[in-house]
Design a protein around this ligand. Structure first.
Ligand code: PEP
Ligand code: MN
Length: 359
């Protein structure tokens, strides 16, 4: 059965601009849910979200308000006239969400990893025509992501979208909460070209300052929408406080990402925000560079000890020559300037020789 793109879901989501899903990470109280959802709606969201059951990595964190929150979500839906969505992780969640008129369901990253859980949800949805979004699994496994979608397709669901929320990988973990691995989204898209992909910069970035970069990149790659967590009072949120934005910040973010005709003042603000975002990322990259240099230095110390114990000269000309050759070759394939790389490695080598002589 053919999967329908979001614009064909028959929910008024057929605009040209990207679909915006926003609302709090978790429904906490009635007022917080209502105010956060109203704020998101006023800031330009097309769909409202709130987590009702929260799958947490460690016990003892806020694990969601449960069924009671579904009533608040329904209030937000009535109040704003917008469709609402929440995460479901088992058949009971599905039954309760449907009973409270949740318009769209989503499967979270910690559930997509588990085919038993996904199949349980699929079985609970057999014969029911409701839209559902599937987050990528926590681990970088595109097959598992696609497998989850196929299980839903197999029970007759047609309105299915994917959410890219980043992966738990070691590389770039110091920058992102869940590194985006854009190549995996591309792989997904090649295998399922017909399916809409929503980017979730909040769970990828893990911090407000990085939302803009991630969202910008996703839109540049032609993704169909964004899921951005927003909260009436982000700093006091019971979950994911650091990554949530307030309604004003959400409006500014969306305006900066989507608006075409900005006044000069807006354009200036937009440029400042953009710059701030890139600088945050550069700062983190530089920090990783220095951490790598420190790691390298500790290896040099080991090498120095080994050379000393075995009476080997500090400078080994052949090794140095072949090292420079290899680095230059590698830098070429990375598109880096040869002069820059040879300069950097000369400085590194000089420092390393000094360090070894000291040992
Ligand atoms: C969420 O969207 O609040 C959430 C729990 O996300 P994920 O499943 O991507 O961790
Ligand atoms: Mn969250």
């Amino acid at each position: 059965m053919k999967i329908l793109q979001i614009k064909d879901w028959g929910m008024g989501l057929d605009s040209e601009s990207p679909i915006i899903i926003s609302g709090p990470c978790s429904a906490e109280t009635e007022q917080q849910t209502l105010n956060s959802c109203r704020g998101a709606a006023e800031a330009g969201a097309n769909i409202l979200r709130a987590g009702i059951w929260k799958p947490r990595t460690s016990p003892g964190c806020f694990e969601g308000i449960g069924e009671e929150g579904l009533g608040w979500l329904l209030e937000a839906k009535t109040d704003t006239g917008l469709p609402v969505t929440c995460e479901v992780a088992n058949a009971t969640h599905v039954r309760l969400a449907l009973a409270h008129k949740v318009d769209i369901l989503w499967i979270g990253a910690r559930t997509t990893v588990n085919p038993f859980a996904v199949q349980e949800i699929a079985d609970a949805l057999r014969g029911i025509d409701i839209p559902i979004m599937v987050k990528n699994p926590v681990n970088p496994d595109v097959k598992l992501w696609i497998g989850a979608i196929k299980r839903l397709q197999n029970v007759g669901l047609r309105r299915i979208a994917a959410i890219h929320r980043g992966f738990d990988t070691l590389a770039q973990k110091d920058i992102y909460r869940n590194p985006p691995n854009w190549n995996l989204v591309e792989e997904f898209r090649q295998k399922m070209p017909e399916i809409s992909i929503i980017n979730d910069p909040s769970h990828i970035a893990g911090k407000r300052d990085l939302l803009w970069n991630v969202a910008r990149k996703a839109l540049n790659l032609g993704m169909d929408g964004l899921m951005i967590e927003s909260h009436i009072e982000p700093d006091n949120a019971w979950s994911d406080a650091k990554q949530q934005v307030n309604p004003t910040q959400l409006r500014d973010l969306l305006e900066s990402l989507l608006a075409a005709n900005l006044t000069s003042i807006d354009a200036e603000q937009k440029a400042a925000q953009e710059l701030q975002s890139w600088r945050t990322e550069i700062d983190m990259l530089d920090k990783s560079l220095m951490e790598l240099l420190a790691l390298r230095k500790s290896l040099v110390t080991e090498i120095a000890k080994c050379k000393k114990n075995h009476n080997i000269a500090v400078v080994q000309l052949e090794r140095w020559k072949s090292m420079v050759r290899k680095r230059l070759e590698e830098s070429k394939s990375l598109g880096l300037d040869q002069k820059l790389i040879s300069g950097i490695f000369e400085a590194i080598h000089e420092d390393s020789v000094q360090l070894q002589n000291a040992v």
